[in-house]
Design a protein around this ligand. Structure first.
Ligand SMILES: NC(=O)C1=CN([C@@H]2O[C@H](COP(=O)(O)OP(=O)(O)OC[C@H]3O[C@@H](n4cnc5c(N)ncnc54)[C@H](O)[C@@H]3O)[C@@H](O)[C@H]2O)C=CC1
Ligand SMILES: O=C(O)C(=O)COP(=O)(O)O
Length: 613
């Protein structure tokens, strides 16, 4: 006997901008694909029947430089290493066009399935709008994604991937290069000697050994900078609200508060991303808390410093020197006081610009973009929940079931609209934290929304789209005793506060209720309202409520047969013999109005509904 326990999860929230990383075991072998749906050039994450890649079909007319072909088109808008171009070319029509104006980019983007940029291209909301839904993936060939409008990408269901690892060392080495060059006035002395001078007294520097370096942002680059600075004999502290203490301990770095970092540092090196929280984090107020004569290195983003405040801090002597690779506006204005300042050393955003890093980044981003175009969930996705490959493989049939249950449930709503409150119950023997339902929820959302609207829904935009439409989906876990081998026994979708066009789909408490399970890898409908059924979820379904009596199957079968509708299966679920029953009939093609009328005319049929899967 199966015993039931219930755990309710209200308002599940996942951050679509979560940057959680997949375990390295994430492989590209998943069968979850972007497949055609709302429009031929559109792909949704769904389950492909085979492993064949779901390549994109460009059915639009060509434009100069972007030829129409049946390969996906990838626009490479900034210089990318040759190895990356070669990888992309195996799958796609690759168009390299650099230095496009925002208008030119918008003009071309509706012909592109993917766009690859570095930090020099702003991928704005206008770009996503101009793509008219065709752009499915933006690849950022580097780490910082502050030049991509992630909210707009998510709204448009466009996946954003980056290349987070290949330029780490290059950026760290550049940070160390700037640190040493600044301390010893290398750039200024070089310019002076080239101007015919020999100023040995003017360019006396300061030593690094024994000085305190505060690393702000102890992520990949920050920790590599810290490691190298330790090697130079510096005392290194780090500030990072999210960094694990054991990582810092392993390198011999003290994690300290923001205030402590500012007040103790002789040198400050910035390595946090540019976000609303880090924007202008160094400003008049924070400069005032620093040790007089502090030296600052910025290889992160110009926007984390209030540049006007930095000029004031340099002039007042709080900041002795600064070395900057990045600027709020790139390139900075030629008359920028900061750039022209005698005690400021500058480079034109060269942190990632080594031969090695650029080859690595090109391969990393090309692999991510090719994977995304093939419909795989990218390991470096920035705006989609991460689901490891092994979980995807296991959930695959349930993903299909989830979408179909959503589709069935919404088609049972009278008028189709007004769906606001949906409860999903997952019955499983697994522990609650051993079942990742985000993908299932996204697919139920897709099933609920797509049949009644023109929007398309995928894993990227499912939660956003539900929220926009005021659709509240709560999830409930029903924990079964038994073997946790199968991830799920059943999924139940209930829609509350609506009328149904098929009254038998209502549960005793008045919600539309459908339940399904997976048998031999195939999704089945197992319950409608209070009626048990057993219907493979393929093709389309007619549900009829009838008075249980001999001959009904024959009558309905005849009506359909005479209208040339091929029946794939029929099952009957009944409350008791000769009482009410629900017959589920699978049909290969949609029946004509005439065929449906003939079913309705059978006297014992009390109600019926045709549902497309
Ligand atoms: N100049 C260049 O060419 C390059 C610049 N970068 C910049 O460096 C940044 C860091 O790159 P990675 O280390 O690879 O990224 P990462 O994601 O590994 O590390 C960023 C770290 O900053 C921390 N952080 C977030 N908010 C913070 C805050 N308010 N205060 C302190 N720390 C905070 C995070 O917890 C994380 O540990 C990138 O976002 C990018 O903007 C990266 C590569 C090259
Ligand atoms: O990876 C990053 O965040 C960088 O800043 C590197 O930028 P880039 O690709 O060299 O324009």
């Amino acid at each position: 006997m199966t015993s039931l326990r219930t755990v309710t999860v209200q308002n599940p929230s996942i951050s679509l901008s979560s940057r959680a990383r997949l375990p390295s075991a994430f492989s590209s072998s998943t069968n979850l694909r972007f497949s055609p749906a709302a429009a031929p050039h559109r792909r949704l994450i769904t389950v492909a029947a085979s492993n064949k890649s779901a390549v994109l079909v460009d059915e639009r007319p060509g434009e100069a430089g972007i030829a129409a072909s049946n390969k996906p088109t990838v626009l490479v808008a900034e210089k990318l290493g040759q190895a990356g171009i070669a990888l992309l070319s195996k799958l796609a029509n690759v168009v390299c066009e650099y230095n496009l104006s925002p208008e030119e980019l918008c003009a071309k983007i509706s012909l592109c399935d993917a766009l690859i940029v570095r930090s020099g291209t702003k991928v704005t909301r206008e770009v996503f709008e101009a793509s008219k839904g065709r752009l499915k993936v933006v690849g950022r060939a580097g780490v910082g994604i502050d030049n991509v409008d992630l909210a707009a990408a998510t709204e448009f269901g466009c996946l954003v991937v980056n290349a987070p690892t290949a330029n780490t060392v290059a950026a760290a080495e550049h940070g160390i290069a700037l640190l040493a060059a600044m301390a010893r006035n290398v750039a200024q002395a070089d310019a002076s000697i080239k101007a015919g001078k020999w100023q040995r007294n003017k360019y006396v520097g300061v030593s690094l050994v024994g000085k305190t370096l505060a690393v702000m942002g102890f992520g990949k680059v920050g920790s590599e900078v810290a490691r190298r600075a330790k090697g130079l004999g510096m005392h290194v502290v780090a500030h990072d609200p999210y960094a694990p203490a054991d990582r810092a301990r392993a390198i011999g770095v003290d994690l300290v508060s923001f205030e402590e970092a500012l007040s103790t540092a002789d040198f400050i090196s910035l390595h946090m991303p540019l976000t609303p929280a880090t924007s202008k984090v160094l400003n008049d107020e924070t400069f005032a808390k620093m040790k007089k004569g502090v030296r600052i290195v910025n290889v992160a983003r110009g926007g984390v410093i209030d540049e006007e405040a930095l000029v004031r801090a340099l002039d007042s002597g709080i900041v002795a020197q600064a070395a900057l690779d990045v600027f709020t506006e790139e390139p900075p204005p030629t008359d920028s006081k900061l750039v022209q300042h005698e005690r400021v050393t500058v480079t034109p955003h060269l942190g990632a610009s080594t031969v090695e890093a650029q080859e690595g980044v090109a391969i990393e981003i090309a692999e991510a973009v090719v994977g995304a175009l093939n419909g795989e969930l990218a390991a470096t996705a920035v705006n989609a929940p991460m689901v490891p490959a092994e979980v995807l493989t296991e959930l695959k049939p349930f993903v299909e079931l989830a979408e179909k249950l959503g589709r069935l449930a919404v088609q049972l709503v009278a008028g189709g609209s007004g769906v606001k409150t949906v409860k999903v119950s997952y019955a499983s023997s697994r522990a609650p934290d051993d079942l990742d339902t985000r993908l299932l929820r996204a697919m139920i959302t897709k099933g609920l929304i797509e049949p009644i609207s023109s929007v398309f829904v995928n894993l990227v935009n499912a939660d956003y789209t539900a929220k926009q439409r005021g659709l509240r989906i709560t999830e409930e876990r029903i924990i079964l005793d038994g073997s946790p081998e199968n991830p799920l026994e059943s999924i139940q979708v209930q829609i509350a506060n609506v009328e149904s066009k098929f009254a038998s789909a209502l549960s005793d408490s008045g919600e539309i209720k459908v339940e399904g399970r997976v048998k031999d890898g195939v999704p089945y409908l197992s319950k409608v309202g209070s009626f048990e059924v057993d219907v493979s979820l393929e093709g389309s379904i007619i549900l009829c409520r009838q008075v249980d009596q001999p001959g009904m199957i024959g009558k309905v079968g005849n009506a359909l047969g005479e209208e040339n509708v091929n029946v794939s299966f029929m099952t009957v679920g009944r409350i008791a013999p000769r009482k009410q029953a629900v017959m589920a009939i699978g049909v290969d093609e949609p029946p004509s109005k005439q065929a449906l009328k003939r079913i309705g005319d059978i006297p014992a049929i009390e109600e019926f509904v045709f549902l497309k899967l």
